[in-house]
Design a protein around this ligand. Sequence first.
Ligand code: AGP
Length: 626
Amino acid sequence: MCGIIGITRAPVGDGSGRSDVLEVLLEGLGRLEYRGYDSAGIALVGPDASDGLWRARAANGTRSLKDLTKRAEDAPELSSAGIGHTRWATHGGPTEENAHPHVDCSAGLALVHNGIIENHVELADELVAAGHRLRSETDTEVLAHLIEVAVSDHPEIGLVGAVRAALGRVRGAFSLAVVCSDEPDLIVAARRVSPLLMGVTGDSAFLASDIPAILGLTRDFFVLEDDQMAELRPGSLRVTNFEGEEIDPQRITVDWDLEAARKDGYDDFMSKEMHEQPKAVADTLLDRLLPDGTLSLDEMHITNAELRAVNKVFIVACGSSYHAGLMAKYSIEHWARIPVEIDIASEFIYRDPVLDPTTLVIGVSQSGETADTRIAMEEARRQGAKVLVITNVVDSSMARGSDAVLYTRAGPEIGVAATKTHLAQITALEILALYLAQARQALSPHDARVLFEQMGVLPDKVALALERSADVEAVAATYRDSPSFMFLGRQVGYPVALEGALKLKELSYLRAEGFPAGELKHGPIALVEPGTVVIGVATRTPIWEKMMSNITEVKSRGATVVLVANDGDEETARQADAVLWVPETEYLFAPIIDVVPMQLFAYHLARLHGLDVDRPRNLAKVVTVE
Ligand code: AGP
Protein backbone atom coordinates (compact mmCIF):
# COMPACT_ATOMS: atom_id res chain seq x y z
CA MET A 1 0.00 0.00 0.00
CA CYS A 2 2.93 2.28 -0.54
CA GLY A 3 3.97 3.76 -3.87
CA ILE A 4 7.41 3.44 -5.41
CA ILE A 5 9.04 5.27 -8.29
CA GLY A 6 12.60 5.40 -9.58
CA ILE A 7 14.43 6.77 -12.60
CA THR A 8 17.98 6.74 -13.92
CA ARG A 9 18.70 9.11 -16.77
CA ALA A 10 21.82 10.42 -18.48
CA PRO A 11 22.48 14.03 -17.47
CA VAL A 12 20.83 16.44 -19.91
CA GLY A 13 22.71 18.40 -22.58
CA ASP A 14 26.44 18.69 -22.04
CA GLY A 15 26.12 17.55 -18.47
CA SER A 16 26.17 21.01 -16.97
CA GLY A 17 22.44 21.73 -17.06
CA ARG A 18 19.91 20.84 -14.39
CA SER A 19 18.75 17.21 -14.68
CA ASP A 20 15.03 16.43 -14.47
CA VAL A 21 15.30 13.28 -12.36
CA LEU A 22 13.86 15.18 -9.41
CA GLU A 23 10.91 16.53 -11.43
CA VAL A 24 10.04 13.06 -12.72
CA LEU A 25 10.07 11.71 -9.18
CA LEU A 26 7.90 14.46 -7.73
CA GLU A 27 5.39 14.25 -10.57
CA GLY A 28 5.23 10.46 -10.25
CA LEU A 29 4.75 10.69 -6.50
CA GLY A 30 1.80 12.99 -7.12
CA ARG A 31 0.16 10.19 -9.06
CA LEU A 32 1.03 7.64 -6.40
CA GLU A 33 -0.47 9.46 -3.44
CA TYR A 34 -3.51 7.23 -3.52
CA ARG A 35 -1.22 4.40 -2.45
CA GLY A 36 -0.68 6.20 0.85
CA TYR A 37 -0.01 9.74 1.98
CA ASP A 38 1.35 9.41 5.50
CA SER A 39 4.73 10.52 4.20
CA ALA A 40 6.70 11.09 1.00
CA GLY A 41 10.40 10.97 0.34
CA ILE A 42 13.09 10.95 -2.33
CA ALA A 43 16.78 10.13 -2.63
CA LEU A 44 19.10 11.30 -5.42
CA VAL A 45 22.61 10.21 -6.43
CA GLY A 46 25.25 11.21 -8.98
CA PRO A 47 26.27 12.00 -11.54
CA ASP A 48 29.68 11.37 -9.91
CA ALA A 49 30.38 8.97 -7.07
CA SER A 50 31.84 11.91 -5.17
CA ASP A 51 28.47 13.70 -5.27
CA GLY A 52 27.18 11.43 -2.51
CA LEU A 53 23.51 10.83 -1.76
CA TRP A 54 20.89 13.49 -1.09
CA ARG A 55 17.67 12.64 0.71
CA ALA A 56 14.52 14.53 1.74
CA ARG A 57 11.42 13.28 3.50
CA ALA A 58 8.21 14.79 4.83
CA ALA A 59 5.46 13.31 6.98
CA ASN A 60 2.49 15.61 7.14
CA GLY A 61 -0.55 13.58 6.07
CA THR A 62 -2.09 14.78 2.85
CA ARG A 63 0.38 17.71 2.80
CA SER A 64 3.42 15.41 2.76
CA LEU A 65 4.14 15.80 -0.93
CA LYS A 66 3.74 19.58 -0.79
CA ASP A 67 6.24 19.77 2.05
CA LEU A 68 8.61 17.44 0.24
CA THR A 69 8.45 19.58 -2.89
CA LYS A 70 9.41 22.61 -0.83
CA ARG A 71 12.36 20.77 0.71
CA ALA A 72 13.44 19.60 -2.74
CA GLU A 73 14.30 23.20 -3.59
CA ASP A 74 17.60 22.42 -1.85
CA ALA A 75 18.27 19.34 -3.99
CA PRO A 76 21.47 19.18 -6.07
CA GLU A 77 21.15 20.67 -9.56
CA LEU A 78 22.36 17.53 -11.25
CA SER A 79 21.66 13.90 -10.43
CA SER A 80 21.78 10.72 -12.46
CA ALA A 81 19.37 8.48 -10.53
CA GLY A 82 16.71 8.80 -7.90
CA ILE A 83 14.00 6.91 -6.06
CA GLY A 84 10.81 8.10 -4.40
CA HIS A 85 8.14 6.72 -2.10
CA THR A 86 4.70 7.52 -0.70
CA ARG A 87 3.87 5.64 2.49
CA TRP A 88 0.84 4.28 4.27
CA ALA A 89 2.12 3.41 7.71
CA THR A 90 2.11 -0.22 8.85
CA HIS A 91 5.28 -0.83 10.87
CA GLY A 92 5.98 2.32 12.83
CA GLY A 93 3.89 5.48 12.97
CA PRO A 94 3.49 8.03 10.19
CA THR A 95 6.62 10.02 11.15
CA GLU A 96 9.52 11.47 9.20
CA GLU A 97 11.96 8.98 10.81
CA ASN A 98 9.82 6.14 9.47
CA ALA A 99 9.42 7.68 6.01
CA HIS A 100 11.24 6.11 3.06
CA PRO A 101 13.84 6.16 1.57
CA HIS A 102 15.79 4.50 4.35
CA VAL A 103 19.57 4.63 4.39
CA ASP A 104 22.45 2.55 5.76
CA CYS A 105 24.80 3.75 8.53
CA SER A 106 26.94 5.80 6.14
CA ALA A 107 23.90 7.21 4.30
CA GLY A 108 25.61 6.18 1.07
CA LEU A 109 22.81 3.95 -0.11
CA ALA A 110 19.04 4.47 0.02
CA LEU A 111 16.12 2.14 -0.39
CA VAL A 112 12.35 2.32 -0.90
CA HIS A 113 10.20 -0.70 -0.14
CA ASN A 114 6.62 -1.84 -0.44
CA GLY A 115 5.55 -4.99 1.45
CA ILE A 116 6.55 -6.49 4.79
CA ILE A 117 9.78 -7.99 6.05
CA GLU A 118 8.41 -10.62 8.41
CA ASN A 119 11.67 -11.43 10.22
CA HIS A 120 12.71 -7.80 10.71
CA VAL A 121 12.81 -8.02 14.51
CA GLU A 122 15.43 -10.78 14.63
CA LEU A 123 17.42 -9.11 11.83
CA ALA A 124 17.32 -5.75 13.62
CA ASP A 125 18.59 -7.38 16.84
CA GLU A 126 21.46 -8.95 14.92
CA LEU A 127 22.35 -5.68 13.16
CA VAL A 128 22.24 -3.62 16.36
CA ALA A 129 24.45 -6.21 18.10
CA ALA A 130 26.92 -5.80 15.24
CA GLY A 131 27.04 -2.05 15.82
CA HIS A 132 24.53 -0.75 13.25
CA ARG A 133 22.42 2.24 14.17
CA LEU A 134 18.79 1.76 13.16
CA ARG A 135 16.92 5.03 13.21
CA SER A 136 13.33 4.02 12.43
CA GLU A 137 10.65 1.67 13.72
CA THR A 138 10.08 0.23 10.26
CA ASP A 139 10.59 -3.29 9.02
CA THR A 140 12.21 -1.80 5.90
CA GLU A 141 15.31 -0.24 7.40
CA VAL A 142 16.97 -3.60 8.12
CA LEU A 143 17.25 -4.11 4.36
CA ALA A 144 19.43 -1.02 3.92
CA HIS A 145 21.76 -2.27 6.64
CA LEU A 146 21.83 -5.84 5.32
CA ILE A 147 22.93 -4.47 1.93
CA GLU A 148 25.57 -2.38 3.69
CA VAL A 149 26.87 -5.52 5.45
CA ALA A 150 27.01 -7.45 2.17
CA VAL A 151 28.92 -4.65 0.38
CA SER A 152 31.42 -4.21 3.18
CA ASP A 153 32.01 -8.00 3.48
CA HIS A 154 32.46 -8.44 -0.29
CA PRO A 155 33.02 -5.11 -2.07
CA GLU A 156 33.62 -6.97 -5.34
CA ILE A 157 29.93 -8.04 -5.62
CA GLY A 158 28.80 -4.43 -6.03
CA LEU A 159 25.30 -3.15 -5.34
CA VAL A 160 23.55 -5.85 -7.39
CA GLY A 161 25.28 -8.68 -5.55
CA ALA A 162 24.75 -7.00 -2.20
CA VAL A 163 21.00 -6.60 -2.74
CA ARG A 164 20.83 -10.25 -3.79
CA ALA A 165 22.72 -11.32 -0.67
CA ALA A 166 20.54 -9.18 1.59
CA LEU A 167 17.33 -10.56 0.13
CA GLY A 168 18.60 -14.04 0.88
CA ARG A 169 18.25 -13.14 4.56
CA VAL A 170 14.67 -11.87 4.58
CA ARG A 171 11.25 -13.46 4.74
CA GLY A 172 8.14 -11.68 3.52
CA ALA A 173 6.87 -9.62 0.62
CA PHE A 174 8.67 -6.84 -1.13
CA SER A 175 9.07 -4.66 -4.11
CA LEU A 176 12.04 -2.40 -3.67
CA ALA A 177 14.41 -0.04 -5.39
CA VAL A 178 17.92 0.84 -4.21
CA VAL A 179 20.40 3.54 -5.23
CA CYS A 180 23.99 3.95 -4.04
CA SER A 181 26.36 6.88 -4.45
CA ASP A 182 29.22 4.51 -5.41
CA GLU A 183 27.33 3.35 -8.55
CA PRO A 184 25.52 6.57 -9.37
CA ASP A 185 23.67 5.63 -12.55
CA LEU A 186 22.32 2.31 -11.26
CA ILE A 187 18.98 1.41 -9.68
CA VAL A 188 18.61 -2.13 -8.38
CA ALA A 189 15.06 -3.43 -8.03
CA ALA A 190 13.59 -6.67 -6.74
CA ARG A 191 10.17 -8.18 -6.31
CA ARG A 192 8.42 -10.84 -4.29
CA VAL A 193 4.61 -10.54 -4.26
CA SER A 194 4.30 -6.72 -4.39
CA PRO A 195 4.12 -5.48 -8.00
CA LEU A 196 6.77 -3.54 -9.88
CA LEU A 197 6.81 -2.37 -13.50
CA MET A 198 9.68 -0.93 -15.49
CA GLY A 199 10.23 0.98 -18.71
CA VAL A 200 13.17 1.95 -20.91
CA THR A 201 13.21 4.86 -23.35
CA GLY A 202 16.19 6.59 -25.00
CA ASP A 203 18.66 7.50 -22.30
CA SER A 204 16.35 6.61 -19.38
CA ALA A 205 15.18 3.59 -17.43
CA PHE A 206 12.50 3.83 -14.77
CA LEU A 207 10.27 1.80 -12.51
CA ALA A 208 7.13 2.18 -10.42
CA SER A 209 4.76 0.16 -8.31
CA ASP A 210 1.83 1.50 -10.38
CA ILE A 211 1.42 2.36 -14.02
CA PRO A 212 0.03 5.93 -13.62
CA ALA A 213 3.28 7.05 -11.96
CA ILE A 214 5.30 6.50 -15.15
CA LEU A 215 2.58 6.59 -17.77
CA GLY A 216 3.87 9.97 -18.94
CA LEU A 217 7.16 8.29 -19.90
CA THR A 218 5.97 5.23 -21.81
CA ARG A 219 3.08 2.90 -22.53
CA ASP A 220 5.30 -0.16 -22.89
CA PHE A 221 6.20 -1.79 -19.64
CA PHE A 222 8.27 -4.71 -18.49
CA VAL A 223 6.85 -6.69 -15.59
CA LEU A 224 9.12 -7.78 -12.79
CA GLU A 225 7.90 -11.17 -11.65
CA ASP A 226 8.17 -12.78 -8.23
CA ASP A 227 11.74 -13.54 -7.14
CA GLN A 228 13.31 -11.49 -9.88
CA MET A 229 15.75 -8.62 -9.73
CA ALA A 230 16.39 -5.82 -12.19
CA GLU A 231 19.35 -3.58 -12.93
CA LEU A 232 18.32 -0.28 -14.45
CA ARG A 233 20.90 1.96 -16.09
CA PRO A 234 20.32 4.91 -18.44
CA GLY A 235 18.68 3.36 -21.52
CA SER A 236 19.09 -0.26 -20.38
CA LEU A 237 17.43 -2.91 -18.29
CA ARG A 238 18.69 -6.32 -17.19
CA VAL A 239 16.42 -8.78 -15.38
CA THR A 240 17.66 -11.85 -13.53
CA ASN A 241 16.34 -14.40 -11.10
CA PHE A 242 17.71 -14.47 -7.57
CA GLU A 243 20.41 -16.89 -8.75
CA GLY A 244 21.68 -14.26 -11.17
CA GLU A 245 20.50 -15.98 -14.36
CA GLU A 246 19.34 -13.53 -17.01
CA ILE A 247 15.63 -13.56 -17.89
CA ASP A 248 13.64 -12.06 -20.74
CA PRO A 249 11.08 -9.92 -18.93
CA GLN A 250 7.42 -10.06 -19.85
CA ARG A 251 6.27 -7.00 -21.81
CA ILE A 252 2.86 -5.35 -21.63
CA THR A 253 1.39 -2.37 -23.43
CA VAL A 254 -1.39 -0.35 -21.86
CA ASP A 255 -3.94 1.65 -23.78
CA TRP A 256 -4.65 4.18 -21.01
CA ASP A 257 -3.22 7.60 -21.54
CA LEU A 258 -2.10 9.99 -18.88
CA GLU A 259 -5.43 11.78 -19.04
CA ALA A 260 -7.09 8.64 -17.76
CA ALA A 261 -5.10 9.07 -14.58
CA ARG A 262 -5.89 12.75 -14.16
CA LYS A 263 -8.95 14.64 -12.98
CA ASP A 264 -10.28 15.73 -16.36
CA GLY A 265 -11.58 19.03 -15.02
CA TYR A 266 -13.58 17.47 -12.17
CA ASP A 267 -13.00 18.84 -8.67
CA ASP A 268 -11.69 15.50 -7.50
CA PHE A 269 -11.00 11.97 -8.68
CA MET A 270 -14.08 10.57 -6.98
CA SER A 271 -16.38 12.80 -8.98
CA LYS A 272 -14.54 12.03 -12.19
CA GLU A 273 -14.64 8.32 -11.47
CA MET A 274 -18.35 8.31 -10.56
CA HIS A 275 -19.06 9.99 -13.91
CA GLU A 276 -16.98 7.36 -15.69
CA GLN A 277 -19.32 4.64 -14.40
CA PRO A 278 -21.53 4.34 -17.50
CA LYS A 279 -18.36 3.72 -19.51
CA ALA A 280 -16.98 1.30 -16.93
CA VAL A 281 -20.19 -0.74 -17.11
CA ALA A 282 -20.33 -0.54 -20.92
CA ASP A 283 -16.67 -1.51 -21.31
CA THR A 284 -17.09 -4.43 -18.93
CA LEU A 285 -20.02 -5.66 -21.04
CA LEU A 286 -18.13 -5.12 -24.30
CA ASP A 287 -17.43 -8.22 -26.43
CA ARG A 288 -19.04 -10.42 -23.83
CA LEU A 289 -22.55 -10.27 -25.26
CA LEU A 290 -22.44 -11.86 -28.71
CA PRO A 291 -24.74 -10.68 -31.52
CA ASP A 292 -26.62 -13.99 -31.37
CA GLY A 293 -27.69 -13.14 -27.80
CA THR A 294 -25.37 -15.57 -26.06
CA LEU A 295 -22.55 -14.78 -23.69
CA SER A 296 -18.90 -15.43 -24.29
CA LEU A 297 -16.32 -15.56 -21.53
CA ASP A 298 -13.73 -17.67 -23.37
CA GLU A 299 -11.03 -15.51 -21.83
CA MET A 300 -11.55 -17.37 -18.53
CA HIS A 301 -10.46 -20.62 -20.18
CA ILE A 302 -13.01 -22.61 -18.19
CA THR A 303 -14.99 -25.09 -20.25
CA ASN A 304 -18.75 -25.51 -20.02
CA ALA A 305 -18.14 -29.04 -18.78
CA GLU A 306 -16.06 -27.65 -15.92
CA LEU A 307 -18.76 -25.11 -15.11
CA ARG A 308 -21.39 -27.84 -15.10
CA ALA A 309 -19.28 -29.77 -12.60
CA VAL A 310 -19.35 -26.88 -10.11
CA ASN A 311 -21.36 -27.83 -7.02
CA LYS A 312 -20.80 -24.74 -4.96
CA VAL A 313 -19.63 -21.17 -5.49
CA PHE A 314 -17.70 -19.41 -2.76
CA ILE A 315 -17.24 -15.65 -3.13
CA VAL A 316 -14.47 -14.05 -1.08
CA ALA A 317 -13.61 -10.34 -0.92
CA CYS A 318 -13.24 -7.25 1.29
CA GLY A 319 -15.08 -3.93 1.59
CA SER A 320 -16.94 -2.76 -1.49
CA SER A 321 -15.76 -5.83 -3.39
CA TYR A 322 -17.48 -7.97 -0.75
CA HIS A 323 -20.69 -6.01 -1.29
CA ALA A 324 -20.42 -6.63 -5.05
CA GLY A 325 -20.11 -10.34 -4.28
CA LEU A 326 -23.13 -10.23 -1.99
CA MET A 327 -25.18 -8.60 -4.75
CA ALA A 328 -24.17 -11.37 -7.17
CA LYS A 329 -25.01 -14.17 -4.74
CA TYR A 330 -28.70 -13.52 -5.40
CA SER A 331 -28.23 -13.66 -9.19
CA ILE A 332 -26.07 -16.77 -9.26
CA GLU A 333 -28.45 -18.69 -7.02
CA HIS A 334 -31.54 -17.45 -8.84
CA TRP A 335 -30.36 -17.93 -12.42
CA ALA A 336 -27.69 -20.63 -12.29
CA ARG A 337 -29.21 -22.53 -9.34
CA ILE A 338 -25.83 -23.12 -7.69
CA PRO A 339 -25.52 -22.62 -3.92
CA VAL A 340 -23.36 -19.60 -3.12
CA GLU A 341 -21.48 -18.96 0.09
CA ILE A 342 -19.87 -15.59 0.61
CA ASP A 343 -17.31 -14.50 3.13
CA ILE A 344 -15.11 -11.59 4.06
CA ALA A 345 -11.60 -12.63 3.06
CA SER A 346 -9.97 -12.07 6.47
CA GLU A 347 -12.60 -14.37 8.03
CA PHE A 348 -12.46 -16.98 5.28
CA ILE A 349 -8.72 -17.52 5.69
CA TYR A 350 -8.97 -18.61 9.31
CA ARG A 351 -12.32 -20.40 9.40
CA ASP A 352 -11.21 -23.71 7.88
CA PRO A 353 -13.62 -23.55 4.92
CA VAL A 354 -14.80 -26.76 3.31
CA LEU A 355 -13.67 -26.72 -0.33
CA ASP A 356 -12.99 -29.32 -2.96
CA PRO A 357 -12.35 -29.48 -6.72
CA THR A 358 -16.06 -28.97 -7.42
CA THR A 359 -16.02 -25.63 -5.58
CA LEU A 360 -15.56 -22.50 -7.66
CA VAL A 361 -13.95 -19.87 -5.44
CA ILE A 362 -14.37 -16.36 -6.79
CA GLY A 363 -12.04 -13.70 -5.42
CA VAL A 364 -13.24 -10.16 -6.09
CA SER A 365 -10.68 -7.37 -5.81
CA GLN A 366 -10.41 -4.18 -7.83
CA SER A 367 -6.69 -3.89 -7.11
CA GLY A 368 -5.89 -7.57 -7.30
CA GLU A 369 -3.38 -6.91 -4.51
CA THR A 370 -5.47 -6.95 -1.31
CA ALA A 371 -3.54 -9.20 1.07
CA ASP A 372 -6.57 -10.80 2.74
CA THR A 373 -8.18 -11.77 -0.56
CA ARG A 374 -4.89 -12.88 -2.10
CA ILE A 375 -4.13 -15.17 0.84
CA ALA A 376 -7.70 -16.52 0.73
CA MET A 377 -7.21 -17.40 -2.95
CA GLU A 378 -3.94 -19.16 -2.14
CA GLU A 379 -5.71 -21.17 0.57
CA ALA A 380 -8.51 -22.09 -1.84
CA ARG A 381 -6.01 -23.31 -4.43
CA ARG A 382 -4.15 -25.27 -1.77
CA GLN A 383 -7.41 -27.08 -0.98
CA GLY A 384 -7.85 -27.95 -4.66
CA ALA A 385 -10.75 -25.60 -5.46
CA LYS A 386 -10.90 -23.86 -8.82
CA VAL A 387 -10.05 -20.18 -8.31
CA LEU A 388 -11.45 -17.40 -10.46
CA VAL A 389 -10.41 -13.83 -9.80
CA ILE A 390 -12.41 -10.77 -10.81
CA THR A 391 -10.11 -7.77 -10.85
CA ASN A 392 -9.52 -4.43 -12.54
CA VAL A 393 -5.75 -4.67 -12.68
CA VAL A 394 -4.19 -6.66 -15.46
CA ASP A 395 -1.37 -8.85 -14.28
CA SER A 396 -1.99 -8.07 -10.61
CA SER A 397 -0.78 -10.59 -8.04
CA MET A 398 -4.20 -12.20 -7.76
CA ALA A 399 -4.68 -12.37 -11.51
CA ARG A 400 -1.38 -14.17 -11.80
CA GLY A 401 -2.05 -16.56 -8.95
CA SER A 402 -5.45 -17.85 -10.07
CA ASP A 403 -6.80 -20.55 -12.39
CA ALA A 404 -8.92 -18.05 -14.30
CA VAL A 405 -9.40 -14.29 -14.50
CA LEU A 406 -12.34 -12.13 -15.49
CA TYR A 407 -11.24 -8.53 -15.89
CA THR A 408 -13.41 -5.55 -15.16
CA ARG A 409 -12.61 -2.66 -17.46
CA ALA A 410 -12.99 0.42 -15.32
CA GLY A 411 -9.55 1.92 -15.99
CA PRO A 412 -7.37 3.24 -13.19
CA GLU A 413 -9.19 4.35 -10.07
CA ILE A 414 -7.36 6.92 -7.99
CA GLY A 415 -9.97 7.97 -5.41
CA VAL A 416 -9.66 5.82 -2.30
CA ALA A 417 -13.40 5.13 -2.30
CA ALA A 418 -14.26 2.45 -4.84
CA THR A 419 -16.91 3.72 -7.27
CA LYS A 420 -16.45 2.85 -10.93
CA THR A 421 -14.53 -0.31 -10.09
CA HIS A 422 -17.41 -1.34 -7.80
CA LEU A 423 -20.01 -0.93 -10.55
CA ALA A 424 -17.74 -2.76 -12.98
CA GLN A 425 -17.40 -5.60 -10.46
CA ILE A 426 -21.15 -5.97 -10.06
CA THR A 427 -21.48 -5.94 -13.85
CA ALA A 428 -18.82 -8.63 -14.29
CA LEU A 429 -20.41 -10.76 -11.58
CA GLU A 430 -23.86 -10.45 -13.17
CA ILE A 431 -22.37 -11.49 -16.53
CA LEU A 432 -20.77 -14.42 -14.77
CA ALA A 433 -24.09 -15.39 -13.15
CA LEU A 434 -25.76 -15.46 -16.57
CA TYR A 435 -22.81 -17.29 -18.07
CA LEU A 436 -23.03 -19.98 -15.42
CA ALA A 437 -26.76 -20.25 -16.08
CA GLN A 438 -26.12 -20.51 -19.82
CA ALA A 439 -23.44 -23.19 -19.38
CA ARG A 440 -25.68 -25.22 -17.10
CA GLN A 441 -28.76 -24.61 -19.25
CA ALA A 442 -30.56 -23.28 -16.20
CA LEU A 443 -32.11 -20.43 -18.20
CA SER A 444 -34.17 -20.75 -21.37
CA PRO A 445 -32.51 -19.11 -24.43
CA HIS A 446 -35.47 -16.69 -24.55
CA ASP A 447 -35.09 -15.58 -20.91
CA ALA A 448 -31.34 -15.32 -21.31
CA ARG A 449 -31.74 -13.07 -24.37
CA VAL A 450 -34.19 -10.78 -22.57
CA LEU A 451 -31.77 -10.42 -19.65
CA PHE A 452 -28.77 -9.79 -21.89
CA GLU A 453 -30.71 -7.04 -23.65
CA GLN A 454 -31.52 -5.43 -20.33
CA MET A 455 -27.85 -5.47 -19.41
CA GLY A 456 -27.09 -3.59 -22.62
CA VAL A 457 -29.08 -0.54 -21.44
CA LEU A 458 -27.59 -0.44 -17.94
CA PRO A 459 -24.92 2.16 -18.86
CA ASP A 460 -27.63 4.63 -19.97
CA LYS A 461 -29.54 4.06 -16.75
CA VAL A 462 -26.43 4.61 -14.66
CA ALA A 463 -25.89 7.86 -16.59
CA LEU A 464 -29.47 8.92 -15.78
CA ALA A 465 -28.92 8.21 -12.09
CA LEU A 466 -25.77 10.36 -12.19
CA GLU A 467 -27.65 13.24 -13.79
CA ARG A 468 -29.56 13.59 -10.50
CA SER A 469 -26.38 14.56 -8.65
CA ALA A 470 -27.68 18.05 -7.81
CA ASP A 471 -30.92 16.59 -6.39
CA VAL A 472 -28.94 14.19 -4.22
CA GLU A 473 -26.77 17.11 -3.07
CA ALA A 474 -29.90 18.98 -1.98
CA VAL A 475 -31.02 15.98 0.10
CA ALA A 476 -27.53 15.64 1.61
CA ALA A 477 -27.61 19.35 2.51
CA THR A 478 -30.93 18.83 4.34
CA TYR A 479 -29.39 16.14 6.56
CA ARG A 480 -25.83 17.47 6.78
CA ASP A 481 -26.01 17.92 10.56
CA SER A 482 -27.32 14.46 11.35
CA PRO A 483 -24.68 12.69 13.51
CA SER A 484 -25.63 9.20 12.32
CA PHE A 485 -27.45 7.37 9.55
CA MET A 486 -29.16 3.99 9.32
CA PHE A 487 -29.23 2.28 5.90
CA LEU A 488 -31.85 -0.38 5.24
CA GLY A 489 -32.45 -2.79 2.39
CA ARG A 490 -33.84 -6.23 1.75
CA GLN A 491 -32.62 -8.92 -0.62
CA VAL A 492 -30.51 -7.20 -3.32
CA GLY A 493 -31.23 -3.91 -1.57
CA TYR A 494 -29.38 -5.14 1.52
CA PRO A 495 -25.85 -5.04 0.01
CA VAL A 496 -26.76 -1.67 -1.53
CA ALA A 497 -27.55 -0.46 2.00
CA LEU A 498 -24.23 -1.87 3.25
CA GLU A 499 -22.37 -0.10 0.47
CA GLY A 500 -24.21 3.16 1.18
CA ALA A 501 -23.20 2.95 4.84
CA LEU A 502 -19.58 2.10 3.99
CA LYS A 503 -19.29 5.00 1.57
CA LEU A 504 -20.73 7.42 4.10
CA LYS A 505 -18.43 6.28 6.92
CA GLU A 506 -15.27 6.29 4.87
CA LEU A 507 -15.92 9.71 3.34
CA SER A 508 -17.75 11.61 6.12
CA TYR A 509 -16.43 9.85 9.22
CA LEU A 510 -20.03 9.66 10.48
CA ARG A 511 -21.70 6.72 12.15
CA ALA A 512 -23.50 4.86 9.40
CA GLU A 513 -24.71 1.28 9.65
CA GLY A 514 -26.41 -0.91 7.08
CA PHE A 515 -28.96 -3.54 8.14
CA PRO A 516 -31.24 -6.02 6.43
CA ALA A 517 -34.60 -4.29 6.99
CA GLY A 518 -36.24 -7.54 8.07
CA GLU A 519 -33.75 -7.80 10.93
CA LEU A 520 -34.81 -4.45 12.42
CA LYS A 521 -37.23 -5.87 14.93
CA HIS A 522 -34.56 -8.25 16.20
CA GLY A 523 -32.48 -5.42 17.61
CA PRO A 524 -31.48 -2.45 15.44
CA ILE A 525 -34.88 -0.76 15.76
CA ALA A 526 -33.86 0.11 19.33
CA LEU A 527 -31.56 2.72 17.73
CA VAL A 528 -34.47 4.54 16.11
CA GLU A 529 -35.76 7.65 17.83
CA PRO A 530 -37.41 10.84 16.58
CA GLY A 531 -35.08 12.45 14.05
CA THR A 532 -33.02 9.33 13.25
CA VAL A 533 -32.25 9.51 9.53
CA VAL A 534 -33.02 6.23 7.79
CA ILE A 535 -32.01 5.73 4.16
CA GLY A 536 -33.96 2.85 2.61
CA VAL A 537 -33.54 1.06 -0.70
CA ALA A 538 -37.15 0.89 -1.87
CA THR A 539 -36.88 0.22 -5.58
CA ARG A 540 -39.35 -2.33 -6.96
CA THR A 541 -38.41 -5.92 -6.22
CA PRO A 542 -40.63 -8.95 -5.56
CA ILE A 543 -40.47 -8.09 -1.85
CA TRP A 544 -41.00 -4.32 -2.13
CA GLU A 545 -44.12 -4.54 0.06
CA LYS A 546 -42.16 -6.15 2.88
CA MET A 547 -39.54 -3.42 2.62
CA MET A 548 -42.25 -0.79 2.86
CA SER A 549 -43.65 -2.45 6.02
CA ASN A 550 -40.22 -2.07 7.58
CA ILE A 551 -40.17 1.58 6.54
CA THR A 552 -43.54 2.04 8.25
CA GLU A 553 -42.04 0.53 11.42
CA VAL A 554 -39.21 3.10 11.58
CA LYS A 555 -41.51 5.97 10.62
CA SER A 556 -43.86 5.12 13.46
CA ARG A 557 -40.88 5.53 15.84
CA GLY A 558 -40.25 9.02 14.50
CA ALA A 559 -37.51 8.32 11.93
CA THR A 560 -36.94 10.71 9.06
CA VAL A 561 -36.98 8.61 5.91
CA VAL A 562 -35.05 9.04 2.66
CA LEU A 563 -35.95 6.43 0.06
CA VAL A 564 -34.25 5.29 -3.13
CA ALA A 565 -37.24 4.84 -5.45
CA ASN A 566 -37.90 4.11 -9.08
CA ASP A 567 -38.75 7.03 -11.35
CA GLY A 568 -42.45 7.84 -11.13
CA ASP A 569 -43.15 5.55 -8.18
CA GLU A 570 -45.36 7.97 -6.22
CA GLU A 571 -46.64 5.20 -3.96
CA THR A 572 -43.12 4.83 -2.51
CA ALA A 573 -42.47 8.57 -2.55
CA ARG A 574 -45.55 9.20 -0.37
CA GLN A 575 -43.84 7.29 2.46
CA ALA A 576 -40.66 9.35 2.27
CA ASP A 577 -39.44 12.69 3.59
CA ALA A 578 -37.07 12.83 0.62
CA VAL A 579 -36.59 10.66 -2.46
CA LEU A 580 -33.48 9.68 -4.40
CA TRP A 581 -34.88 8.79 -7.83
CA VAL A 582 -33.37 6.08 -10.05
CA PRO A 583 -34.46 4.39 -13.30
CA GLU A 584 -36.07 0.96 -12.98
CA THR A 585 -34.48 -2.24 -14.25
CA GLU A 586 -34.68 -6.01 -13.80
CA TYR A 587 -34.49 -6.24 -9.99
CA LEU A 588 -31.40 -8.45 -9.87
CA PHE A 589 -29.48 -5.80 -11.84
CA ALA A 590 -30.88 -2.99 -9.69
CA PRO A 591 -27.80 -2.68 -7.41
CA ILE A 592 -25.81 -1.39 -10.41
CA ILE A 593 -28.15 1.60 -10.51
CA ASP A 594 -29.32 1.92 -6.90
CA VAL A 595 -25.81 2.21 -5.53
CA VAL A 596 -25.22 5.42 -7.54
CA PRO A 597 -27.34 7.74 -5.32
CA MET A 598 -25.65 6.14 -2.30
CA GLN A 599 -22.24 7.16 -3.67
CA LEU A 600 -23.51 10.64 -4.53
CA PHE A 601 -25.06 11.10 -1.10
CA ALA A 602 -21.82 10.19 0.68
CA TYR A 603 -19.79 12.33 -1.73
CA HIS A 604 -21.91 15.45 -1.29
CA LEU A 605 -22.24 15.08 2.47
CA ALA A 606 -18.45 14.76 2.82
CA ARG A 607 -17.90 17.86 0.68
CA LEU A 608 -20.52 19.77 2.67
CA HIS A 609 -18.40 18.93 5.71
CA GLY A 610 -15.31 20.25 3.90
CA LEU A 611 -13.60 16.84 3.73
CA ASP A 612 -11.13 15.47 1.19
CA VAL A 613 -13.16 12.85 -0.68
CA ASP A 614 -10.20 11.42 -2.58
CA ARG A 615 -8.06 10.77 0.46
CA PRO A 616 -10.18 9.92 3.48
CA ARG A 617 -8.30 9.74 6.74
CA ASN A 618 -6.69 6.46 7.86
CA LEU A 619 -7.43 4.71 4.57
CA ALA A 620 -5.31 3.53 1.68
CA LYS A 621 -6.39 2.55 -1.80
CA VAL A 622 -4.64 -0.79 -1.76
CA VAL A 623 -4.36 -2.79 1.44
CA THR A 624 -1.44 -5.15 0.99
CA VAL A 625 -1.12 -6.23 4.62
CA GLU A 626 -3.35 -8.57 6.63
C1 AGP B 1 -14.02 0.88 -0.86
O1 AGP B 1 -14.51 2.17 -1.00
C2 AGP B 1 -12.92 0.73 0.07
N1 AGP B 1 -11.92 1.69 -0.10
C3 AGP B 1 -12.47 -0.67 0.41
O2 AGP B 1 -13.50 -1.22 1.16
C4 AGP B 1 -12.11 -1.65 -0.72
O3 AGP B 1 -13.25 -2.00 -1.45
C5 AGP B 1 -11.44 -2.91 -0.11
O4 AGP B 1 -10.28 -2.53 0.56
C6 AGP B 1 -11.15 -3.99 -1.12
O5 AGP B 1 -10.20 -3.59 -2.06
P1 AGP B 1 -9.96 -4.42 -3.37
O6 AGP B 1 -11.20 -4.41 -4.16
O7 AGP B 1 -8.82 -3.72 -4.07
O8 AGP B 1 -9.57 -5.81 -2.95
